[in-house]
Design a protein around this ligand. Structure first.
Ligand SMILES: *[C@@H]1O[C@H](CO)[C@@H](O)[C@H](O)[C@H]1NC(C)=O
Ligand SMILES: *[C@@H]1O[C@H](CO)[C@@H](O)[C@H](O)[C@H]1NC(C)=O
Ligand SMILES: *[C@@H]1O[C@H](CO)[C@@H](O)[C@H](O)[C@H]1NC(C)=O
Ligand SMILES: *[C@@H]1O[C@H](CO)[C@@H](O)[C@H](O)[C@H]1NC(C)=O
Ligand SMILES: *[C@@H]1O[C@H](CO)[C@@H](O)[C@H](O)[C@H]1NC(C)=O
Ligand SMILES: *[C@@H]1O[C@H](CO)[C@@H](O)[C@H](O)[C@H]1NC(C)=O
Ligand SMILES: *[C@@H]1O[C@H](CO)[C@@H](O)[C@H](O)[C@H]1NC(C)=O
Length: 461
């Protein structure tokens, strides 16, 4: 019997890794597609006249260097090296088969003049800029239609100097939606690693319509009160692996998205196969991991494990709304440690925020098969605030092995959700009280037999 269950476990493990196409190598869960690549040709930004005084604008130098390197893309690609120093620049565009390599003491600084961040078309899956109608400022580091791009360094720094943008946002003097710090669009084979990102004007790292993206060993920091400075937002992208990151910002640390209302529904590009491992961070106004609120193209097959959030408003969050359509399904979040977090788990079914009046209020999202397990929390104010949508219950919500020390009287408050639970303390709300084992295990996404036997032992004890 023991032997049999070991085989079942092995089978489950294999099934999991089969689903996500990442090779298992040492302790990394990301398949190293292109890091370690040696580019046969390399130049240094100073060869193109760049000046590292932190005041001279170097946009032209970056553009010229990359234009020059364009002739090497078909010969193994090329590397642009940024040495120690403070390099001020406006937005510039990457090319395929390029490594942008920063020295450990290199700091790329974003220009504080909005004219250095050109305005580009809105994303088709959003129909308009996220905060204002019309176009949006292009990110500081931008790439579209690329393959095999590496942005890396020995913990060098990319600083968006976003405070000017946050002030324009607060004083409502922006003409267009704020830019991201790094955006890769419609690209395959992207590695962003070993860097520190500071003070993004808006979301920090935004892969959109991409596949095979790795974000590894990065530090992302912005003031806790800076507006919408999300850490990493995989958007309508698949095969994304995020590992060993420390993020402390003014909005969601990682938010998985896939387009907005009627635009996202018609663009129909989901986010799937998203793997997150070893994420540590804090966010005083938002969540550690969020799904949505833009999820109209669908979000599925997400595995997030080994997460530590502290000093934060929310641990795990799903945000959606009637009008979004789409789905969030097959989500597995496990091994979570929360410390000083207001709400451990929050679902918001009526998030609102529509791009315009043309959304379809009857486009209901489908939220199902959400497994959250192995969570411990200290100094939690509210265990769970789980609000689905009237007439559109979130279902097969499975909570397992969750132990929270809650400081307020409000433990769980649930509406329009259905599901199952096992070993949850404090005891969960009525709609989730039915136990997972034995008969509802298959309604839950990816619960292994291992827990089943432990739960049985517990009952027996
Ligand atoms: C990306 O490719 C599409 C289709 O070929 C093209 O229309 C678009 O202009 C390209 N975008 C950029 C920024 O090169
Ligand atoms: C993370 O980055 C630092 C500095 O960039 C480096 O020393 C360290 O080896 C990296 N760790 C991993 C796991 O890549
Ligand atoms: C990289 O630099 C940041 C900011 O200086 C620091 O907080 C972080 O610990 C460093 N990361 C590594 C892996 O050395
Ligand atoms: C993405 O690239 C494909 C071709 O590779 C192109 O047909 C499509 O228009 C591009 N989409 C965008 C948004 O650039
Ligand atoms: C990060 O840096 C470490 C130490 O230099 C290196 O071993 C590793 O390959 C780098 N990771 C990536 C993904 O570039
Ligand atoms: C419950 O979760 C904790 C981590 O929060 C873990 O150490 C423990 O092994 C889990 N228990 C069971 C029965 O799986
Ligand atoms: C529980 O949530 C509902 C909305 O979903 C709210 O109306 C109600 O006041 C909450 N109950 C408590 C005790 O906070």
């Amino acid at each position: 019997m023991r032997r049999f269950s070991a085989w079942v476990d092995l089978f489950l493990v294999l099934a999991l890794f089969n689903e996500a196409p990442w090779a298992v190598r040492s302790s990394s869960h990301c398949q190293q597609t292109s890091s370690g690549v040696i580019r046969p040709h390399s130049v240094t930004i100073t060869e193109f006249g760049a000046v590292s005084d932190g005041r001279t604008l170097n946009t032209k130098a970056f553009q010229n260097a990359i234009f020059y390197l364009n002739s090497f893309t078909n010969n193994g690609g090329a590397q642009l090296f940024v040495p120690a120093g403070r390099w001020l620049t406006g937005s510039f565009e990457l090319i395929s088969h390029l490594t942008l390599l920063l020295d450990k003491d290199a700091v790329i600084l974003g220009s504080t003049n909005s004219a250095d961040w050109p305005v580009v078309d809105p994303l088709p899956s959003y129909g308009r800029g996220r905060e204002l109608p019309g176009g949006r400022h292009r990110s500081l580091i931008y790439g579209c239609n690329l393959t095999d791009v590496i942005i890396t360094g020995d913990n060098g720094t990319i600083d968006g100097q976003g405070s000017v943008w946050w002030n324009w946002f607060k004083s409502e003097t922006l003409d267009f939606t704020r830019p991201h710090l790094v955006e890769l669009m419609n690209s395959t084979g992207v590695v962003i690693s070993n860097l520190t990102f500071l003070n993004s004007p808006f979301w920090t790292i935004h892969p959109v319509y991409c596949r095979q993206v790795i974000v590894q060993n990065v530090t992302i920091i912005a003031p806790l009160n800076s507006p919408n400075t999300d850490g990493i937002d995989p958007d309508s992208s698949d095969d994304v692996c995020i590992e060993d990151c420390y993020i402390s910002t003014g909005d969601d640390l990682i938010a998985i998205k896939s387009g907005w209302d009627e635009y996202g529904i018609s663009y129909a590009r989901p986010s799937s196969n998203i793997v997150i491992h070893r994420l540590v961070g804090e966010t005083q106004s938002s969540s550690g991991i969020a799904l949505g609120s833009e999820m109209s193209g669908g979000i599925s097959e997400v595995r997030a494990e080994n997460l530590q959030f502290f000093n934060s408003k929310i641990g795990i969050r799903i945000k959606t709304s009637p009008g979004r359509g789409g789905y969030v399904r097959n989500i597995y979040i496990s091994d979570v440690t929360l410390t000083d977090v207001n709400i451990a788990i929050r679902f918001t079914g009526e998030y609102g925020e529509h791009p315009d009046e043309f959304y379809n209020p009857n486009a209901f999202p489908e939220i199902e098969k959400i497994t959250i397990k192995d969570v411990t929390g200290k100094h939690i104010k509210v265990a769970g605030l789980l609000e689905g949508i009237k007439g559109d219950d979130f279902f097969n919500i499975c909570l397992s092995n969750i132990t929270l020390s809650v400081t307020s009287d409000l433990l769980w408050n649930c509406s329009y959700v259905q599901g199952y639970s096992e070993l949850v303390c404090p005891e969960t709300c009525e709609p989730l009280k039915k136990s997972i084992f034995p008969e509802h295990q298959s309604d839950c996404y990816h619960l292994s037999n291992h827990l089943h036997s432990l739960a049985n032992q517990n009952r027996g004890a």
